[in-house]
Structure formats: structure tokens, C-alpha cells
Design a protein around this ligand. Structure first.
Ligand SMILES: [Zn+2]
Length: 120
């Protein structure tokens, strides 16, 4: 599962981008619209967005519900050797790391949280 947290809510990736600013768009919270862009703070109909070309994969952090309990709201991050959330170059790299460490992704509730350019 790949996406972002925005104001405490999880939004799954849609593989669509905003035609105005090029940011990824996410499922709209506004009835009647398909997508929303957090960059422009606008809602869009499905014909107003473009397909992501799929070439760019953003860096991700790996998170899971605390203690691995499904449905719990608090998340914990996979940490690096300094105790900071480990940042992977992209989701496939993160998945490869998890597999190499014996995790079976299908059995885990994990989130691949995109890291934006400013490091947030
Ligand atoms: Zn936009």
C-alpha cells in the first residue's frame, strides 16, 4: 500500500497527477469529485487529471501500526541505525529490504509513506 498522510488521514496513491502543478492527486473528500490536489488545494473530475508516467518513484518511509495491531491509529516507522525513520530510495527498494529481512509483505500491515522533497 502506497500513499501519503495528509492532515492525519491516509490517502492511497491513484497513479494520476494534477494537470496544473504536476503533483500526485488523491481520492477527493468532496462528494461529486473524483480527485483532489493538495498542491493546488483543488478538486477535480476524473477527466481533469493526467496519468502518471510511472517513471518517477518517490522516496518512502516504511510505517506500520504500533505493535503491528491492525486498526490502531498510531504508527511507528522502520528506523535506521541512528534511530531516525529509514528512508528508502523508492517503494520497490523498501519492499526488497523487507523481504531480505524475512518479512512477508502480504502478511503485514505496512504503509509506504512518500517522503516529499522538503523531507516532511
Ligand atoms: Zn495541483
Amino acid at each position: 500500500m502506497s500513499g501519503i498522510f495528509h492532515e492525519g488521514r491516509w490517502y492511497e496513491n491513484t497513479d494520476k497527477v494534477c494537470r496544473r502543478c504536476g503533483s500526485p492527486v488523491y481520492e477527493s473528500d468532496t462528494p461529486g469529485y473524483s480527485y483532489q490536489c493538495f498542491g493546488c488545494d483543488e478538486n477535480f473530475y476524473s477527466f481533469e487529471v493526467d496519468e502518471q508516467d510511472g517513471l518517477y518513484l518517490p522516496p518512502v518511509k516504511v510505517a506500520r501500526p504500533v505493535y503491528g495491531i491492525t486498526g490502531i491509529k498510531a504508527l511507528e516507522y522502520l528506523l535506521d541505525e541512528y534511530g531516525e525513520p529509514r528512508i528508502f530510495r523508492n517503494q520497490p527498494e523498501a519492499e526488497a529490504f523487507l523481504l531480505a529481512h524475512g518479512y512477508i509483505i502480504d502478511n503485514l500491515e505496512v504503509y509506504f509513506e512518500e517522503v516529499s522533497e522538503d523531507g516532511e
